[in-house]
Write a protein that binds this ligand. Structure first.
Ligand code: SF4
Ligand code: SF4
Ligand code: SF4
Length: 336
């Protein structure tokens, strides 16, 4: 694998060159007085940050329904965010032409609920601090793909302290052209290796009911999931979650009901809806005010299901989502 050797100053200068074209934007991270957050840059980078050690939102969430022609948006995000953007392209929620997606090697992240000042600034310091932290999120501990190898291009860190801009296709070439120098062979050992497997999904419904018993049905988990995009969600009406007269009718028919009703149905249907596109980012768990371990269930079951179809969400824009394809003869060799 070849790439261009860069450093943070070169990256910032390259992105500013990209922004010199009036049609172009960059979505990445910026240092704010109270931490690091997503930011869209239009004219020039300011307080740009290559990494964000805290996870609050999956940046692909901001991309749903970008259909604008003629504008180009360079994404400079974590692998799970780029993977979600790839799924949204396949789900026709993003105009593919306008996106250049660059995934940056990721060392994991702490919950934004644990955010505090004083985290190291440089990538080696961030890597060391996260390696020794017990607070790394479940989604990151079980992350399948932390490497900047998804999307059109990547930023990779060598174990020797070097930084590399790498291209994976034509748009990635355009990204690498933002930097001077020739393509060289990447170091043999990179700082971020392959990830781990998610914990297997617990099919014990007693545990499931116990874990979700605290759910208040605020639906933040749905609203912040980058791939849960339907405008007309079936749970917005009163068919599944009756209120008012619909609730009274239900009680007259059935005698009694616990409230909020339909919790398990809500989560099981949502799980079914996102199981093939879930990127295991843990944004749902991050959004939950009740501390429910959503990642365990959503990531666990989706990776198991995707495995049956030899599918990895967000790995490639060319790889069709299994439920969008029909094969008469399939699942013969599926491992369960
Ligand atoms: S889920 Fe993976 S890619 Fe996303 S923040 Fe965690 S380690 Fe990084
Ligand atoms: S279900 Fe949760 S883990 Fe999966 S993509 Fe949505 S927010 Fe991320
Ligand atoms: S965010 Fe938490 S409390 Fe709200 S619906 Fe989801 S699981 Fe329930």
């Amino acid at each position: 694998m070849k790439g261009k050797r860069v450093d943070i100053t070169m990256i910032e200068a390259g992105l500013n060159r990209f922004l010199a074209d009036d049609r172009n934007l960059v979505l990445g991270f910026a240092k704010e007085p109270d931490g690091v957050s997503h930011r869209i840059f239009k004219k020039e980078l300011s307080r740009f940050s290559l990494l964000n050690p805290y996870f609050g939102i999956n940046g692909a969430f901001f991309l749903r329904r970008i259909f604008s022609k003629g504008q180009r948006l360079l994404l400079f995000l974590r692998p799970c965010e780029i993977r979600a953007s790839v799924e949204l392209i396949k789900l026709t929620q993003i105009e593919r032409e306008g996106i250049i997606a660059v995934s940056v090697d990721c060392f994991g992240a702490l919950s934004s609920k644990d955010s505090s000042n004083g985290f190291p600034d440089d990538h080696q310091g961030i890597a060391d601090a996260l390696r020794s932290s017990e607070k790394v999120r479940t989604a990151c501990k079980t992350c399948k793909e932390r490497r900047g190898v998804v999307g059109n291009g990547g930023i990779r860190f060598g174990r020797d302290g070097t930084l590399w801009a790498v291209s994976y296709d034509d748009k990635g070439d355009e990204f690498c052209d933002l930097f001077p120098g020739d393509h060289e062979e990447l170091p043999a050992v990179m700082l971020v290796g392959e990830g781990t497997k998610a914990e297997p999904f617990s099919s014990d419904m007693t545990e499931f009911s116990k874990d979700f018993s605290k759910c208040i049905m605020c639906m933040n988990c749905r609203d912040m999931c980058p791939v849960c995009y339907c405008i007309d969600c079936v749970f917005n009406g009163s068919d599944y979650l009756p209120r008012g007269d619909a609730l009274l009718n239900k009680i007259f028919r059935g005698g009694t009901t616990s409230l909020p009703s339909g919790k398990e149905l809500f989560h099981l249907i949502r799980m079914f809806h996102v199981s093939q596109t879930c990127v295991g980012c843990g944004a749902c768990e991050e959004a939950c005010p009740q501390g429910i371990p959503l990642t365990r269930y959503f990531k666990g079951i989706s990776e198991r299901l995707q495995g049956m179809f030899s599918y990895t969400s967000g790995r490639s824009v060319e790889e069709p989502i299994p439920y969008l394809t029909f094969l008469e003869d399939e699942l013969n060799d599926a491992a369960d």
